[in-house]
Design a binder for this molecule. Structure first.
Ligand SMILES: Nc1ncnc2c1ncn2[C@@H]1O[C@H](COP(=O)(O)OP(=O)(O)OP(=O)(O)O)[C@@H](O)[C@H]1O
Length: 587
């Protein structure tokens, strides 16, 4: 379970968050607590010295004046040093905790099902992983440093004032209680505003992310004015929300200024009366006013903290919603590994849909011996890619079973499954990294002399020879400076370096020119030897060496059999496809 499984009680959320990400930073936190305690002690002692200074001055004891002034200045300097060290330590703790949360969120997102990524844009996720966590990093450091320190300082001031004078102590307590309850009331008003502001921000980033990743299409199709129109609309809806939420803050700030005024009056009026009666000295009265001023600091800091908590609450909400999503594709507790060598495939009565309303695959039933090759053909939208996704367990079927190597796919260790089954599609992702890292997918134990022959064989030799630093050449993210066809060839090298027992090629040569495709066909045939393969292609030439053919239509298997057998039957769908298509006799 995620360490941030949320209940409805806000305080409990904070507790879970702090416990999850701060618990093993306890040494730093303890150090911080000592610094904060010392800081509080110094702040409480200083007004006492001041009183001593004033009373000595009025009694004309000039000899002690210099010493008390020096002591006052020395302690003020020490307090400054302590404050800086405490701030630094608090920030460090805050950043460490926030980075842990960031890592946790990214790992969690990457473990979520494909369906999740189809419904969220990259921009929205970046906002959650970075924007929300940035908000929370302030929360980690502010909470650890400020809350404890300021509450401690308030309690300390009240204790000292009570000790000095009960009436003054009671008045100051009333003032503190009043200030805190006003701040708390305002917090209830502002939190929903910040949640709405956060949602609008996530929508904004989602839109920007989508527009930037589709910049090429938007430009070529002339959709830029529409993008800008939508952009302006989003900004227009974002701005008033920011204004409203910001108004809550200003209101709190104004109320804290008014409260300080009320507090000073609360002390001054009875203070002058007590001084007049000779019940307190001038030094004590000045000390009380000083303590009153001292209270304004932590109260203001708590007000700021409450503001930060409002934002943090909205951030926690966003992060919590993300962490509460659990992947449906999970490993069973008795997950095991497949045997080495080619992997047999069996699909039993598979039914599948991306949503409950729509069924994309119906009653899919076929089997493939280890080492055999299956070609899948069918019209666009007939369900070929969906079937491939079930075979690598990017989704689970609604009904029926997939068996790989006679094992239920749900019982195979996920990391092992991804190792043993290779999938190449028409969309190849190039990562920002070296050519070597892109080919080995960051695995360090694959030697270069295993990579080089594959580059030659797949036809990437010419491209490779132009690279300035060979395998160490850094490719930029996105297209990586490769053409779509070159990227597809790179994906072949990637997959075959894994030495998989089952290879699925889903339109994996769709971006290649006929000459390169022909050459790759030969290479693929050699590389696929000794492995089970599933070839999905509209280009029927790619299926020339398939042992068996499966024709799909509207999510069902319309026909299946050995390639020779289907070719012989002139009225078979496969034969008809060939006559209509470009493959013709070449098959
Ligand atoms: N991620 C998705 N979410 C929802 N529906 C999807 C998704 N992917 C595909 N579909 C739907 O599933 C159906 C089958 O699509 P699929 O991609 O499996 O077909 P295909 O035979 O591979 O098509 P093509 O030959 O064009 O690649 C289509 O109706 C499609 O709209």
């Amino acid at each position: 379970m995620s360490p941030l499984s949320f209940s409805r009680v806000p305080v409990y959320r904070y507790y879970l968050l702090l416990r999850a990400y701060l618990i093993d930073l306890w040494k730093g936190i303890l150090f911080l607590a000592v610094l904060v305690a010392l800081n509080i002690a110094l702040q409480l002692v200083n007004p006492q010295i001041l009183r001593f200074f004033i009373d000595s001055a009025t009694d004309r004891q000039s000899s002690v004046l210099l010493y008390s002034a020096l002591l006052f200045a020395g302690l003020a300097a020490a307090q400054l040093l302590l404050s800086v060290t405490a701030d630094y330590t608090g920030e460090k703790i805050g950043w460490t905790a926030a980075n842990r949360l960031r890592t946790h969120l990214l790992r969690h997102c990457l473990s979520l099902d494909l369906a999740f990524f189809k419904t969220r844009s990259g921009g929205e996720l970046i906002d959650r992983i970075d924007g929300d966590v940035k908000g929370l990093s302030g929360f980690f450091s502010t909470l650890t440093v400020s809350l404890l320190g300021n509450i401690g300082l308030i309690l300390g001031v009240l204790a000292v004032v009570f000790y000095e004078n009960l009436v003054m102590g009671a008045l100051m307590s009333v003032y503190v209680g009043l200030a805190l309850s006003v701040f708390n009331k305002m917090r209830e008003y502002s939190i929903p505003l910040w949640v709405r502001f956060g949602d609008a921000r996530a929508d904004f980033f989602a839109f920007v992310g989508e527009q930037l990743s589709a910049a090429e299409d938007a430009r070529s199709s002339g959709a830029v004015p529409y993008s800008l129109y939508r952009f302006r609309q989003l900004m227009r809806s974002w701005f008033p929300l920011h204004m409203k939420a910001g108004f809550g803050f200003s209101f709190m700030w104004a109320s804290s200024v008014i409260l300080v005024g009320i507090g000073t009056l609360l002390i001054l009026v009875p203070g002058f009366y007590l001084r007049g009666q000779g019940l307190v000295t001038t030094g004590t009265l000045y000390m009380m006013i000083f303590y009153m001023g001292l209270l304004a600091g932590p109260l203001d800091a708590i007000r700021e903290l409450i503001e930060n908590l409002q934002r943090a609450e909205a951030n926690i909400e966003g992060v919590g919603q993300l962490l509460d999503l659990a992947p449906e594709i999970r490993e069973s507790s008795d997950a095991a590994e497949l045997a080495d060598g080619p992997i047999s495939v069996q699909c039993r009565s598979l039914t599948f849909g991306y949503s409950k309303e729509e069924t994309v695959l119906r009653e899919i039933q076929f089997s493939l011996e280890a080492g055999e090759s299956l070609g899948i053909v069918g019209r666009s939208g007939s369900g070929k890619t969906s079937l491939a996704r079930l075979l690598v367990r990017l989704y689970d079927p609604v009904e029926g079973d997939v068996l790989l190597g006679d094992m239920d796919i749900r019982r195979i260790k996920l990391s092992h499954l991804r190792e043993r089954v290779g999938l190449i599609t028409q969309d190849v992702q190039i990562f920002n990294g070296t050519v070597r890292e892109n080919l080995t997918l960051f695995k360090r134990d694959i030697p270069d002399d295993q990579i080089m022959p594959l580059l030659e064989e797949t036809g990437l030799g010419a491209w490779f020879s132009t690279l300035p630093d060979g395998l160490d050449t850094v490719l930029p993210s996105g297209g990586g400076g490769l053409s779509a066809g070159e990227a597809q060839l790179l994906a072949y090298v990637r997959v075959f370096l894994k030495d998989p027992g089952l290879v699925i090629l889903d339109e994996a040569s769709s971006r290649l020119d006929p000459v390169t495709e022909k050459r790759l066909e030969r290479t693929a045939r050699r590389l696929l030897q000794g492995r089970t393969s599933i070839l999905i292609s509209h280009r029927l030439g790619m299926l020339k060496h398939a042992d068996r053919i499966l024709v799909m239509d509207s999510g069902r298997i319309a026909e299946q059999g050995s390639r020779e057998q289907l070719l012989k039957q002139t009225d078979s769908r496969f034969s008809q496809l060939i006559r209509q298509g470009t493959g013709k006799e070449s098959l």
